[in-house]
Write a protein that binds this ligand. Structure first.
Ligand SMILES: C[S@@+](CC[C@H](N)C(=O)[O-])C[C@H]1O[C@@H](n2cnc3c(N)ncnc32)[C@H](O)[C@@H]1O
Length: 353
């Protein structure tokens, strides 16, 4: 398997999830207005993840002079500077945050859990963006139906989330789901709203945490960014298709360069993708008859290696969420293979150099 050559797959037919009131129970059922009365001028994600959010919005909002709704917004709408919307409306719960959000041209205070009906006319917006907030909706299908009503035909609904949250306000079905399954939850809610085309998914995860972050040095990756996006049904036939999100991480080697660097491993012991020294790794001694034909291999354990970083998305797009792979070199047979890993830490316990 050559991970880098695998292509993105359109996701279809989401599994079904519980839509009863029980699935949307929260640990804190008090009025949301009370919880959000305190303004929180904080970054909800690390700087690299926030940069990804901006770039995703910049790539996907392709309409000229767009009118945008930032649904469930706070102090930042993550609109990149090259995007020039004619109007950005914010809807959220904290007036101070909204009034200091520089991207907004207007805002409205509105509790979606009390009233999922959106206070806007039909066919108003070119794009509705919802960032790191969808997990707080107690009636997501009703809200998504409303998003369908207020979007123009062919308009973009862009839902972005990560794995950080204000836990007491998160609905049960989300709290109890594995991180990767939450993509399916959002797709299911979209399906049930019946307003949208088949959604697309983009995942950015497994990147090294920025050095300036308060959690840097703890062995944690950068906050993951999950993106589920779709268009409202009924677009004009002449409408431009949205591009696939393409946020390259690191330099991609051409086949000849890769082949040359792989041939040199026996002299350099360096990973062709990042140049860092590969580590001597003892193969596992298991009773399951695994076919290791040599007692040690060499593996690139650089967490910032582009091969490893890009692997998270490649695996996700090919139906294996929550895994990446590292480059392994066989020192006797002199070939490279990807070895799948479920975390940054996996396999490191057997490094023996
Ligand atoms: C984690 S913050 C994210 C803010 C912003 N979207 C961002 O990316 O920085 C969650 C936001 O959801 C909004 N929110 C939470 N519950 C809400 C509700 N019931 N109705 C409307 N907005 C709500 C809050 O106002 C808050 O700004």
């Amino acid at each position: 398997m050559s991970g880098d050559s695998l292509t993105r797959r359109k996701h279809c037919g989401p599994p079904e999830f519980d839509l009863t009131a029980e699935a949307f129970a929260r640990q804190d059922e008090d009025d949301d207005a009370v919880f959000y009365a305190t303004e929180r001028f904080v970054n909800h994600l690390d700087s690299l993840a926030l940069d990804t959010v901006e770039r995703v919005i910049g790539e996907l909002v392709i309409e000229d002079d767009p009118v945008i709704l930032d649904l469930m917004t706070g102090a930042d709408s993550h609109i990149p500077s090259q995007l020039k919307p004619v109007k950005v409306v914010g809807l959220g719960l904290n007036e101070k945050e909204l009034s200091q959000n520089k991207a907004l041209t207007e805002f409205v205070i509105h509790d979606l859990n009390k009233c999922p009906t959106l206070p806007f006319p039909d066919n108003t917006f070119d794009a509705v963006i919802n960032t790191v907030s969808v997990d707080y909706l107690t009636q997501p299908v009703e809200v998504f139906k409303e998003v369908g009503r207020i979007l123009k035909p062919g308009g973009l609904f862009l839902i972005i989330f990560s794995n950080r949250m204000f836990m007491p306000k998160v609905v049960k079905v989300w709290r109890e789901a594995l991180e990767e399954r939450r993509v399916d939850i959002v797709k299911w809610w979209l399906t049930r709203s019946q307003e949208f085309e088949m959604p697309d998914v983009f995942v950015s995860r497994g990147k090294p945490r920025p050095a300036d972050d308060k959690y840097a040095g703890l062995g944690l990756p950068s906050d993951p960014v999950y993106v589920v996006y779709t268009d409202k049904k009924g677009a004009a036939e002449t409408k431009k298709a949205r591009p696939e999100i393409n946020l390259e991480y690191g330099r991609r080697l051409g086949p000849e360069e890769l082949q040359r660097l792989q041939k040199e491993i026996k002299h350099t012991l360096s990973c062709p993708h990042c140049g860092q020294k590969m580590r001597k790794w003892e193969v596992p001694d298991t009773p399951f008859g695994c076919n290791w034909d040599h007692e040690f291999m060499y593996i690139c354990f650089n967490d910032a290696c582009p091969y490893f970083v890009r692997g998270w998305e490649v695996m996700q797009q090919n139906g294996v969420g929550g895994k990446s792979y590292r480059l392994m070199w066989h020192p006797v047979r002199d070939y490279c293979v990807p070895v799948p890993v479920p975390s940054f830490h996996a396999l490191k316990e057997s490094i023996i150099d």
